[in-house]
Design a protein. Structure first.
Length: 156
């Protein structure tokens, strides 16, 4: 038995309305993503986002802090060059985060040791020549020869 055009129009209308209701929330309707509660414990998690734009190069970092644990994602996107990105996990002591970054770039995935420093409304870390030690790439000079410094931005 064929579906009558009237029923067909009702079904399309209902489908269209259900799609719109999922995307119609405004920024003020959404819960604040800067503070969430972990399912595994009652510790609060803070989500912080940072970005630096230098000419056409963009570097972003999303940081989630739960107690002394830190995790997040880094995306280094230089213009017309190979991008490096990946997630990191580590620990926080004061304003210092010691983490392992699962860096993926230029077709290679490797573990990089990072020391991130929170300072006011920014985060920074050193970069430079690296050597492999115990399965991780560490800085040859502990403070690095180049420093990333990203400004805090609202998380999306």
């Amino acid at each position: 038995m064929p579906i009558r055009p009237f029923y067909y129009a009702i079904i399309l209308l209902l489908i269209g309305m259900s799609c719109q209701s999922n995307s119609s929330s405004t920024e003020s309707d959404r819960p604040d993503s800067s503070t969430t509660v972990s399912d595994a414990s009652t510790q609060q998690s803070d989500s912080l986002c940072f970005r630096d734009i230098l000419s056409r190069d963009t570097t972003t970092l999303r940081l989630v802090l739960t107690g002394n644990r830190a995790s997040g994602r880094i995306d280094i996107n230089p213009y017309e060059k190979d991008r490096a990105r990946g997630s990191f996990t580590g620990t926080r002591s004061g304003n210092t985060i010691t983490a392992d970054w699962q860096r993926s770039g230029e077709g290679i995935a490797e573990t990089y040791a990072l020391t991130l420093t929170l300072s006011g409304d920014s985060i920074s870390w050193g970069e430079g020549e690296r050597i492999q030690q115990q399965g991780k790439w560490v800085l040859k000079q502990p403070d690095g020869t180049y420093h990333y410094r990203l400004a805090k931005i609202p998380c999306r």
